[in-house]
Design a protein around this ligand. Structure first.
Ligand SMILES: O=C(O)c1ccccc1NCC(=O)[C@H](O)[C@H](O)COP(=O)(O)O
Length: 209
C-alpha cells in the first residue's frame, strides 16, 4: 500500500517526507484552504526537494489553464481534482498529466465515479463535506465494499495515527494508497513529522502488498 501525505506547505516537511520514503506528497492549490501551498512554496523548491516523491497537485474547480500552468511550474506528477470538475475537463487535462478524480462517500455511495472511469487514472474517496476536504472526519469504509471499477483508489478522510491496525485489517483489491492530512498536523499545513514517521514505519513494515 502506498502512502500520500497531503497539505504540504513547508520545504522542510517535503524533505522529511522524501527521507521517510512516503510515496506521494500533496500540495493544495485551492485558495480557500488553510493548507494553500501556492503562496508558501515556489515551483523551484518543490521540483528540487521533491525529485524523489510523487508530487500531487490538489485543485478545486480550477480552470484548465490554471491547472496546466501549475503542473508545469511545480513539476506535478498527478493532479487531484477535488471539486465539481466535469468529465470533459478531466479528459482535457489527462492528455497532459495523470488525473485522480475525488468522490465524497456517504450512505448513497461514492458519487458519479463510474461516469469518470474513462477519464481518471485513480479515484480518491474522501468524507463528504461542504469544505471539500481536510475535514479530519472518517467515513464508513464498508461503503466501498461493492466498488468494482478498474481504477485503483486512494482511501482518505480523517485517517489518523491510531488507524494503522484498522488499515492493515481492511482489505479491498482496488485499495492502492492511503491519504493522510489534518490528523498529522500541529497546525493547518504544518505536519507533525514524528507522527508521520511512526505511521509510515508501522504501515510499511506490516503491509503485505
Ligand atoms: O486539506 C484541505 O484543506 C483541502 C481543502 C480543500 C480540498 C481538499 C483538501 N485536502 C485534500 C486531501 O487530499 C486531504 O488529504 C483529504 O481531504 C483528507 O483530509 P483529512 O480528512 O484531513 O485527512
Amino acid at each position: 500500500m502506498k502512502i500520500k501525505v497531503c497539505g504540504i506547505t513547508r520545504p522542510e516537511d517535503l524533505e522529511a517526507l522524501v527521507a521517510l520514503g512516503a510515496d506521494y506528497a500533496g500540495f493544495i492549490f485551492y485558495g480557500k484552504s488553510p493548507r494553500f501551498a501556492g503562496n508558501k512554496l515556489d515551483g523551484r523548491t518543490v521540483r528540487e526537494k521533491g525529485k524523489h516523491i510523487g508530487k500531487v497537485g490538489v485543485f478545486v474547480n480550477a480552470d484548465a489553464q490554471q491547472v496546466l500552468q501549475t503542473v508545469k511550474d511545480y513539476g506535478l506528477d498527478m493532479i487531484q481534482l477535488h471539486g465539481h470538475e466535469s468529465i470533459a475537463l478531466c479528459e482535457q487535462l489527462r492528455a497532459t498529466v495523470p488525473v485522480m478524480k475525488v468522490f465524497h462517500v456517504d450512505e448513497k455511495g461514492y458519487g458519479q465515479a463510474s461516469s469518470f472511469r474513462e477519464v481518471s487514472d485513480y479515484f480518491l474517496f474522501d468524507t463528504a463535506s461542504a469544505d471539500y476536504g481536510g475535514t479530519g472526519r472518517q467515513f464508513n469504509w464498508e461503503l466501498l465494499k461493492d466498488y468494482r471499477l478498474d481504477q485503483p483508489f486512494f482511501l482518505s478522510g480523517g485517517i489518523g495515527p491510531d488507524d494503522v491496525e484498522a488499515l492493515l485489517q481492511w482489505r479491498h483489491e482496488k485499495l492502492f494508497a492511503v491519504d493522510v492530512n489534518s490528523r498529522f498536523e500541529t497546525a493547518p499545513g504544518v505536519k507533525d513529522m514524528e507522527k508521520v514517521a511512526a505511521f509510515i514505519k508501522q504501515l510499511k513494515q506490516n503491509i503485505k502488498k
